[in-house]
Design a binder for this molecule. Structure first.
Ligand SMILES: Cc1ncc(COP(=O)(O)O)c(C=O)c1O
Length: 370
């Protein structure tokens, strides 16, 4: 994150008195590891994903990895993922023993391009991971149709998209599995944490074993598993955050709308291209990400003015040398590569005041007019 002087931060977890008192209650109980709080958190999260079984884990990366393993994806399999995402998406595929195949993105919404998915399918393709990047849902209608036609499993990477929806259906309810993250900068947090949403109870049972040393019951080890458990401390924070999430999401939407209105009035296009919402998408604005010419100079000026910003992400994954050694095919991805040169995320989080939002707009306008 670019540093700030006067402190309009790019992201800021909101931890209030209720989270503190719930953590105190759990600490006083002496039951700190995975227990009743985790089970309650899973049940409450399930209400937001059409009642699907949920399994909480210790990070979004673990959620992706365990979901892949529970779906039986591993050595010899190819998994299509967008070339423009957080590296955790690709790392989970490699850690599962499978091979990531990078597909290009849609230039308007930055999510995986369904046509690029179709073009990347080979006889070894076992799954596709659409990423709901910046909180904007991928086109799940087209992607599910392609997956069905080719017999591919779908794992939604919803790490940034809690409560987002595609044609009024919540993200996380399309694929066989979905992974959420509760890292502190996400729309809600458990400190560190993640969660797998499963379409069926058998997959949920496998994820539960994989998170807990492969145990089906106490010391009944059925498979090789991890310790990927969430603590009751984290789950207690998450339960409070989940209750506050709908309100925060409304505020994010209002903030995004205000930023877009003020930027449009300032007429700084085409130097700055504002984020667009796809027909059918109900985004949750994890990030408010613009494209801007001279991006790095603008970011430096924003930092000078005390406005936080960040580049999500400065490299398309196909440009990172480390994946060349694990991928058989590393394609050129013109749209992803261009995005990595142009994108800049601006503050949109729910703690911003109206004055903060106006200050962000003024600082951006000043920076681009220089
Ligand atoms: C798109 C995406 N996938 C996966 C992850 C991994 O989540 P975590 O950091 O909780 O492991 C993140 C988190 O940054 C993410 O943004």
């Amino acid at each position: 994150m670019t540093g700030t002087r006067t402190g309009i931060q790019l992201a800021r977890p909101i931890i209030g008195a209720e989270e503190r008192s719930e953590v105190d209650r759990v600490l006083a109980s002496g039951m700190l590891a995975q227990g009743a709080e985790v089970a309650s958190f899973e049940a409450e999260f399930s209400e937001h994903v059409c009642g699907r079984p949920c399994v909480a884990v210790n990070s979004g990366t673990s959620a992706l990895l365990l979901a892949l393993m529970a779906m039986g994806i591993g050595r010899g399999d190819e998994v299509i993922i967008p070339g423009f995402t957080f590296a955790g998406t690709a790392n989970a595929v490699v850690l599962a023993g499978a091979t990531p195949v990078f597909a290009d993105i849609d230039p308007t919404h930055f999510c995986i391009d369904p046509r690029a998915v179709e073009a990347a399918i080979s006889p070894r393709t076992a799954a596709v991971i659409p990423v709901h990047l910046y909180g904007h849902p991928a086109d799940m209608e087209q992607l599910m149709a392609i997956a069905e036609r080719h017999g591919l499993a779908v794992l939604e990477d919803a790490a940034q998209a809690h409560l987002a929806a595609w044609r009024s259906r919540p993200v996380g309810t399309f694929g066989a599995t979905a992974a959420f993250s509760f890292y502190p900068t996400k729309n809600m947090t458990t400190g560190e944490g993640g969660l797998v949403v499963c379409a069926d109870s058998e997959t949920a049972r496998r994820v539960k074993m994989l998170r807990n040393q492969g145990m089906a019951g106490r010391y009944e080890h059925e498979v090789i598993g991890y310790n990927a458990r969430m603590t009751d401390i984290g789950a207690a924070i998450g339960r409070v955050q989940l209750r506050r999430l709908p309100g925060w999401t409304s505020t994010r939407r209002a903030n995004a709308s205000r930023l877009s209105t003020e930027f449009a009035a300032a007429r700084i296009d085409p130097v700055v291209v504002l984020p667009q919402v796809a027909d059918g998408a109900d985004p949750v604005w994890h990030q408010y990400t613009v494209r801007v010419r001279g991006r790095d100079e603008v970011a430096a000026e924003l930092a000078e003015a005390g406005v936080g910003s960040a580049v999500h992400y400065p490299h398309a994954l196909n440009q990172l040398a480390l994946y060349r050694s694990v991928c058989q095919r590393v394609p050129v991805l013109p749209v992803a590569e261009r995005a990595s040169r142009e994108v800049l995320s601006l503050p949109v989080h729910p703690s911003l005041s109206d004055a903060d939002l106006s200050a962000v707009v003024s600082a951006v306008c000043r920076a681009v007019r220089r």
